[in-house]
Design a protein around this ligand. Sequence first.
Ligand code: PMP
Length: 355
Amino acid sequence: MEEWKNNIRRVTPYVAGEQPQETDMVKLNTNECPYPPSPEVEKVLKEVDVNQFRLYPDPEATQLVNALAEFYQVDSDMIFVGTGSDDVIANAFQTFFNSDKPILFPDITYSFYPVWADLYRVKYETPALDENFRIRPEDYEKENGGIIFPNPNAPTGLFEELDTIERIVKNNQKSIVIIDEAYIDFGGESALKLLPKYKNLLVVQTFSKSRSMAGMRIGFAIGNPELIQAMKDVKYSINSYTMSQVSIQTGAAAVRDRVYFDETRKKIMETREWTKKALAELGFTFPDSKANFIFATHEGWDIVDLFEYLRKKKIFVRHWNQPAIKHYMRITIGTDVEMTRLIEEIKQYKEKLCL
Ligand code: PMP
């Protein structure tokens, strides 16, 4: 009976944060940037020649790769681009995690990693973070088939200093270590600095947060040319044309506008810092985030109740119903106006609790 069903690959998919379509909402649930992309992006769009859509895009995305090479001062054969860092990381899983030994990533981290591991049938172990949500580098000093974690980590926002990263990369030269730097532009220091020393290191970044282009789907990896070539070989064995010509062109324009990039991330960091103070005054505690979000809890408060309350007020934040983090909610940093509205609503909530 319906034996064909036995051949279906069964997976439990990653659940992305919701994209509500409310008017007048404050959307602080998926770590997007509240500011528009660089004005240079709009200029490119205004000049797009639709006739070029007849043609396949450049599979090498040369324009974008060259802009990134210039920005990060690396050779262009050290760069791989894809449709968001999710695409880049999925490719890296397929390309690099092929050992019988388990790969390692922290127990509290980006919840997509176990999904890719299951999809590609890669064994994995999840060393526990310490009681302050810190990575213990000694946990990564065992036989493994590869290592991946975000820095700053998600959803905690905690940044690990480069000497911790270096210790992990250095002590694992038999495997590939991927540092997922989706949130690095908000005050952390990139592991790109370590690339000249370590051939087993791959750094992944995205345009979705600090470059305000989540909707364009642009991510990239930087590593030694041998790693990058291996990723390209896998990509060209699946689909060469993942990046649209428009993504390539607008992405390149965004990267070239360093001034706008620096202004945007500075604004986010300033807003984050005053929001931390305001949340602390209201009795919240949180790891000291270097990302564009704050992972906050409140002793004595029911976080799910607050989450629901905010939702009714059209303020969307993120909550995970997992034992280790169920008392926390992750709040993306929006504009000053949005964060003021959040704080005001939380004050109202507090008043209601006291009645
Ligand atoms: N890595 C981490 C740690 C993330 O939080 C995200 C965003 N969900 C991504 C990668 C993927 O982002 P994107 O595909 O938009 O580049």
